[in-house]
Design a protein around this ligand. Structure first.
Ligand code: S3P
Length: 160
């Protein structure tokens, strides 16, 4: 059964996911990375085809990844999809939280079309809107703001 990491942009899903996978001896699947491999850079998909199209391909890639015995990191907006939330109900889901103060430096220079304009204020708005969705799917919540990756990995492996 996969261990799934959800949470907003910059919460550390990829960093934590890679280390967690190594620690439990499972493959690591980053759904954004898989989208890039198959369809090209995410900002180009948004620019060329729009967010709605991105969500359709994201749903497909996420559904496939959730059937794998892996540590799976989902893009921040994957929980917007009701079918994805249904899939997550049966799985071990960890919500990585982060404060706006801690996330701001991590987002600098990132390739993230949703906050390309609006920056941290937009990030906060998006986070508020999605909070109930993360809450609904998560079995474990960890604030990553002042914890080391090693400690986060330990907390997840003790729980899972
Ligand atoms: C998005 C988050 C991004 C990526 C896309 C949309 C979102 O993933 O999927 O830019 O809607 O929050 P990360 O959370 O890995 O940055």
């Amino acid at each position: 059964m996969p261990i799934v990491l959800v949470g907003p942009m910059g919460s550390g899903k990829s960093r934590v996911g890679g280390r967690l996978a190594a620690s439990v001896g499972a493959p690591f699947v980053d759904t954004d990375q898989r989208i890039v491999e198959r369809y090209g850079p995410i900002d180009e998909i948004f620019a060329r085809e729009g967010e709605e199209y991105f969500r359709v391909i994201e749903r497909e890639v996420v559904a496939e990844a959730l059937r794998e015995d892996a540590v799976v990191s989902l893009g921040g907006g994957a929980v917007l999809d009701a079918d994805t939330r249904d899939d997550l109900e049966r799985l071990a889901v960890v919500w990585l939280q982060v404060s706006p103060e801690s996330v701001a430096p991590r987002l600098a220079g990132g390739n993230r079309p949703l906050i390309a304009e609006g920056g941290i204020e937009r990030w906060v708005d998006i986070m508020q809107a999605r909070r109930p969705l993360y809450e609904a799917v998560a079995g474990l919540t960890i604030d990553t703001s002042r914890r080391s990756v090693a400690r986060i990995v330990d907390e997840i492996t003790e729980w899972a």
